[in-house]
Design a protein around this ligand. Structure first.
Ligand code: H79
Length: 413
């Protein structure tokens, strides 16, 4: 499918998820009690009553928030789209909503609309702005669903008509072109309701795509489970939503930060299997992005600046090379990119039958020799030796330009 509306998304490969809401103020702790789960679930997990949780709004004044800094961070990391929580399960709108005063402009001393600020900045910087919207769960609205509770007797239709649909309309009319709506946890939403939401989105912005979690298999692409990377390439379009530590919303005690090495492996692994990587940051209650996130994203950005060609618009190779454990492959017409993560002596690939024209290290264009040979067992092979001096990189990408359009892997005999 070449010309479809999500071509930009297929080529983008890498996006920034932002989980930000009132829960950031609590940072995983309420009245001396710590949540052991993901921070944005604290209202549910610690059973904070609606009237208590609501009071957080009066204290929410994240003056350190800077759309400019966040968009720059995404851009410098090589991310092409941003998905921000416009309303998470707690029901609080992080933008100026006319249909519920429970929103950041009307209910907080902050009084600014961060979504508007982001929209302006994204437009300026060429980043696609997208919205997360919790369509089924809303723990603030008496008729919204809540996981793990008895939702019997709720008038979900009323919630859809009075909050969900009007808010989606606002989001799709107040902030310019929106790349996609990231729906989540469909729960008991019916096929007709999912379809209705999808049609609503497309009726206002025909080019806006909807995530797999709209429910009932109606997404324009598939979202994998949180942090789940499929072992093999999947057919069709898919995306892995992922955390840098182990929470989405800001949590003071979660210090289990993944390394740049790990995150980059995940990105390359995902792209080598045909997916997108949507990597999350959770700004704190003042609007600051945790230092540790900024640091690892900076390292990924360095890689992307020199090696972006091997990621954006790149495809999996037609035959998934199961036997290679030191790295991954991506490709595009006439080029194969060999991503070498481990410290191996030289690069040896069996059962590859292409005719190399030239090869080089993508980051600095150091030329490399590819020795093609038929082994004594009769298999085709490539051997590429490293140059004497080599730039230190987490992932050294070798680009091999070939006679053929696609890499040809011969079946193992
Ligand atoms: O927005 C992020 C999460 O808040 C949301 N999806 C990502 C993108 C999400 N919703 N649900 N889940 C993730 C998984 C839910 C797990 C649960 Fe639980 C198990 C809900 C109740 C039991 C984890 C543990 C949350 C509360 C306790």
């Amino acid at each position: 499918m070449k010309d479809c509306k999500q071509q930009w998304w297929k080529e983008a490969k890498f996006g920034m998820f932002i989980h930000w809401g009132l829960y950031a103020l609590l940072a995983g702790e309420y009245n001396g009690k710590k949540t052991s789960n993901i921070a944005e679930w604290i209202m549910h997990d610690l059973s904070i009553p609606v009237e208590e949780y609501e009071k957080l709004a009066a204290r929410f004044n994240p003056t350190a928030f800077s759309a400019q800094r966040i968009v720059k961070l995404a851009k410098d990391t090589g991310m092409k789209y941003i998905v921000i929580t416009s309303k998470h399960h707690d029901g609080f709108a992080m933008y100026k909503s006319q249909c519920s005063r429970y929103n950041i402009v009307d209910a907080t001393p902050f009084g600014r609309d961060p979504i508007k600020e982001l929209a302006e900045e994204c437009e300026k910087e060429g980043i696609k702005l997208c919205f997360y919207y919790s369509q089924a769960q809303d723990w603030h609205d008496p008729n919204g669903f809540e996981e793990g509770t008895d939702n019997e007797g709720k008038d979900f239709r009323k919630y859809l008509d009075e909050k969900c649909i009007p808010q989606l309309r606002e989001l799709l009319t107040q902030y310019g072109d929106i790349g996609l709506i990231w729906f989540d946890t469909p729960m008991g939403i019916t096929y007709e309701q999912s379809k209705e939401l999808k049609e609503l989105v497309h009726s206002i912005q025909p080019n806006c795509i909807v995530s797999g979690r709209i429910g009932n298999d109606l997404g324009d692409y598939m979202s994998t489970g949180d942090n789940f990377i499929p072992l093999l390439p999947y057919e069709g379009d898919w995306e892995v939503p992922a955390t840098i530590n182990n929470t989405w919303g800001y949590k003071k005690t979660d210090l289990r930060w993944k390394s740049a090495d790990k995150l980059l492996r995940n990105l390359v692994k995902i792209v080598s299997r045909g997916g997108n990587y949507l990597l999350n940051i959770g700004p704190d209650g003042e609007g600051n992005v945790p230092e540790e996130s900024v640091k690892v994203l900076g390292q990924i950005g360095e890689f992307m600046r020199l090696n972006g060609e091997s990621i954006y618009g790149a495809h999996p190779v037609p035959f998934y090379p199961y036997d290679i454990d030191w790295g991954y492959f991506t490709c595009r017409k006439g080029k194969i990119y060999i991503h070498v993560f481990d410290d191996i002596e030289d690069v040896y690939i069996l059962n590859i039958a292409n005719t190399p024209k030239r090869a080089y290290i993508l980051a600095d264009h150091t030329p490399l020799q590819v020795v093609t040979r038929t082994t004594c067992e009769g298999d085709s092979s490539w051997r590429i030796a490293w140059p004497e001096k080599r730039m230190k990189q987490i992932d050294t990408v070798i680009c091999v330009e070939m006679e053929e359009d696609e890499p040809i892997f011969e079946p193992i005999r």
